[in-house]
Design a protein around this ligand. Structure first.
Ligand SMILES: [Zn+2]
Length: 477
């Protein structure tokens, strides 16, 4: 009998995890209900006592003095060797190992993934989806969840606890649910910087940024980091990478490629489940250029930093009808019908998107670990010999040099890169026709010694304000 067959599979003992409704009086994603940070912390603390899959640690205090909690979620077996897996993750990110050693450690290690929720506190889907994701990861016993737990160590934290407390309390203070709103919030949702808490990741003036950066860049160095925001482009549900061009060419090329891979896995999961309304690239202005953000700072540490921007909130809203978003394109492959949109639908989207990240990390565990080593190793190599970063200015220099070399003749007269146009004779109107330049200009212009990348920076002790120089070095560290 089919029933006997299924019950014979060695299923993990079901763990009884108390649902949020029994602890805080409502389910995550209920209309007109938002859990504050005190409630989210209470959920995490309670669930920690009911599972051997999760440890909850404080990573430091917030600007208003609250403990900033981080959930560490993985299988009970992995928890027993947590420090060992953490060391592997850090060692590979630091590189400086032989390839053989790196392969061995990648094989042994576990993928480390960071997912947060609630950096911008009025973007109210994310702190709640964090609680829901934690709940599902500690309570579900399906094969996929068990595989995630075996292969991946998941770190989840609320980046702005004070803001989530303020915003939820302000919204929930009205008895009449139709009066509940975030519009009238009386002050910034971070004590000092409000929304600019996402501009602090390279200067670390705020305690929360310091706490997070210690986890992200010193203690754990996750291979994937997912920073969650709102809102999605009009007529869609969620923006998910890849990002539009130009990508930031100072990064290792495995950064944009890695973002494409994981981003596409996220889109694919939604599309395959018929969950329309995901959009990428040209659908939004997001890019890899702003250096001070929580996500973008990770690129300088060779981490795959993901951004999502979803619609929704506790007060039901609507997806409007936007003409161009109804025509499927490569950048929004599955259009969605205009409709009333509820909080729980956004939570469900976030869970699928986060499970897509977990699935990618699980299936590509060893490759992710080895790739962060590879990026680190290439960075060390670049510092050990001459190297050049090609920028738009250097390309301008190249075409200028080509014109000069050709006298007054257009450089295109010298030849062409074959094949791409597929016939059609001259290149005049063919957008795939690119005139080739004299090859020797590569060395002369793009490898001009005057434009070498720096190999290091010397900070002299002999300067007027040395204490500030030390502070600067410590921020860089
Ligand atoms: Zn945001």
């Amino acid at each position: 009998m089919a029933i006997a067959a299924t019950t014979l599979v060695a299923a993990p003992a079901p763990t009884k995890i108390t649902p949020s409704k029994d602890l805080i009086g409502f389910s995550i994603g209920e209309d007109y209900k938002m859990a504050n940070y005190t409630q989210i912390s209470a959920l995490l603390k309670k669930w920690e006592t009911e599972t051997d899959r999760m440890k909850v640690v404080s990573i430091g205090n917030t600007a208003e003095g609250r403990p900033q909690y981080m959930a560490i979620i993985t299988s009970p077996e992995n928890h027993k060797k947590l420090d060992y897996y953490r060391e592997i993750s850090v060692k590979l990110a630091h590189a400086g190992l032989s390839e053989d050693e790196a392969h061995k450690l990648s094989k042994e290690g576990k993928a480390v993934v960071w997912i947060d929720g609630g950096l911008h506190a009025t973007e109210t889907v994310n702190s709640q989806s964090l609680a829901e994701m934690v709940y599902q990861m500690v309570s579900r016993t399906d094969d996929e969840t068990m595989r995630f737990l075996d292969d991946v160590i998941l770190l989840m934290a609320v980046p702005n606890p004070d803001g989530v407390e303020l915003v939820a309390n302000w919204y929930m203070r009205e008895e009449d649910v139709t009066k509940r709103t975030f519009q009238t919030l009386p002050r910034l949702y971070h004590k000092y910087v409000g929304h600019d808490n996402n501009r602090d990741s390279i200067t670390m003036n705020m305690p929360e940024t310091t706490n997070q950066n210690r986890v992200l860049f010193i203690d754990w160095i996750p291979q994937i980091m997912h920073n969650v925001h709102q809102t999605g482009p009009a007529g869609t549900v969620i923006f998910i990478p890849p990002f539009r061009d130009p990508f930031n060419y100072v990064f290792d090329p495995m950064i944009p490629v890695g973002i494409e891979q994981v981003g596409m896995a996220m889109h694919a999961r939604l599309v395959s489940k018929g969950m329309g309304g995901s959009a990428m690239r040209s659908a939004a202005p997001y890019s890899t250029w702003w250096n001070g953000g929580m996500r973008t700072a990770t690129y300088f540490h060779n981490q795959i930093g993901l951004l999502t921007e979803i619609i929704g909130g506790p007060t039901p809203a609507a997806i409007p009808l936007i003409a161009d978003k109804q025509l499927a394109t490569g950048d929004w492959p599955l259009p969605i019908k205009p409709q009333v949109w509820r909080y729980r639908q956004s939570i469900d989207y976030m869970i699928e998107v986060e499970r897509a990240v977990m699935d990618y990390a699980s299936r590509n565990r060893e490759t992710l670990l080895f790739n962060i080593y590879g990026m680190g190793q290439r960075s060390i190599d670049r510092g050990s010999k001459d190297s050049w970063t090609v920028t738009p200015k250097r390309i301008n220099a190249l075409t200028t040099a080509a014109k000069a070399a050709a006298g007054d003749e257009p450089a295109g007269g010298r030849g062409r890169r074959g094949g791409a146009g597929g016939g059609g004779g001259g290149g005049g109107d063919n957008p795939f026709f690119t005139p080739a330049l004299p090859t020797e200009l590569y060395e002369k212009v793009l490898n001009d010694p005057a434009y070498r990348d720096p190999r290091g920076y010397v900070i002299s002790a002999d300067q007027d304000d040395f204490p500030t120089a030390i502070k600067f070095v410590n921020v860089l560290l």
